[in-house]
Design a binder for this molecule. Structure first.
Ligand code: ADP
Ligand code: ADP
Ligand code: ZN
Length: 219
């Protein structure tokens, strides 16, 4: 199963990709996570991407395309993958197609998670994650069960992203509508696009995505 989750920053791509990865035993490929990792280890790519990410811009296509093309070669992608945050521009979508055609593989489904702008700002402003296992949380919408302790790994260290502030969020939203949303009609023309209501509860969004994925499997 090879899936793409698309939608504006904060719509729930990471949250749902993590669940899909677990349920279908497929790899979760987040270009945002890969780039943050590159920044934290201080690699050449990380040093180049850092400033762009902090101001909410898009990292050059060539950089993310090369990251993804290397990543999908790994063995954990043999059973499939869920792409989270890629492709974010039309040239990225076209490059992905070329890459997959060369391997005789196809995308089964592209799922757009729809959420209104006002809600996105609230989502992103309250987002934090476990520093140990990466599990995502929210101050109001997805709290830890025991105060200060990660539900999954028991760690007591959490972090917030530097780019999750209101000014940067507006910049990222602008880029989404200008550069990423044109990717949706591209997939619609290939009959791969479905949309789900991302304003529903996390579990209900998962159910809606499951329905889309199960339909794609029947094709
Ligand atoms: P969010 O989950 O809020 O949508 P991500 O974690 O996916 O954010 O991405 C964080 C930042 O990393 C983006 O603002 C952008 O600077 C960079 N980035 C991630 N994926 C891509 C991509 N496919 N193309 C260009 N830049 C990207
Ligand atoms: P994205 O990867 O698209 O940027 P995330 O999955 O990181 O989005 O979600 C953004 C924030 O909103 C996180 O703090 C997450 O816990 C929370 N969240 C995700 N889905 C929902 C939902 N359906 N309802 C309420 N909060 C949600
Ligand atoms: Zn944890």
């Amino acid at each position: 199963m090879r899936l793409i989750l698309s939608g504006p920053p904060g719509c729930g791509k990471g949250t749902q990709a993590q669940i899909l990865s677990h349920n279908f035993q497929i790899a979760h490929l987040s270009t945002g996570d890969m780039l943050r990792e590159a920044v934290s280890i201080g690699s050449k790519i990380g040093l180049e991407a850092k400033k762009t990410m902090e101001r909410g811009g898009l990292v050059p296509d060539a950089v993310v395309i090369s990251i993804i093309s290397e990543r999908i070669e790994r063995q954990d992608c043999d059973l499939g993958f869920v792409l989270d945050g890629f492709p974010r521009t039309l040239p990225q979508a076209e490059a992905l197609d070329k890459l997959l055609v060369g391997k005789n593989l196809a995308i089964h489904s592209v799922i757009e998670i729809r959420v209104k702008d006002e809600l996105l700002i609230e989502r992103i402003s309250g987002r934090f994650s476990c520093s140990q296992c990466g599990e995502g949380y929210h101050d109001r919408f997805k709290q830890v069960k025991r105060a200060g302790v990660c539900d999954f790994c028991g760690s007591t260290e959490f972090s917030r992203r530097k780019d999750d502030n209101e000014r940067t969020i507006r910049e990222r939203l602008g880029n989404y509508y200008a550069q990423t949303s044109p990717v949706l009609p591209y997939y619609e023309s290939k009959n791969l696009l479905s949309s789900v209501d991302g304003m529903a509860k996390i579990d209900d969004v998962t159910l809606a995505i499951d329905r889309v994925v199960n339909n794609a499997r029947k094709d």
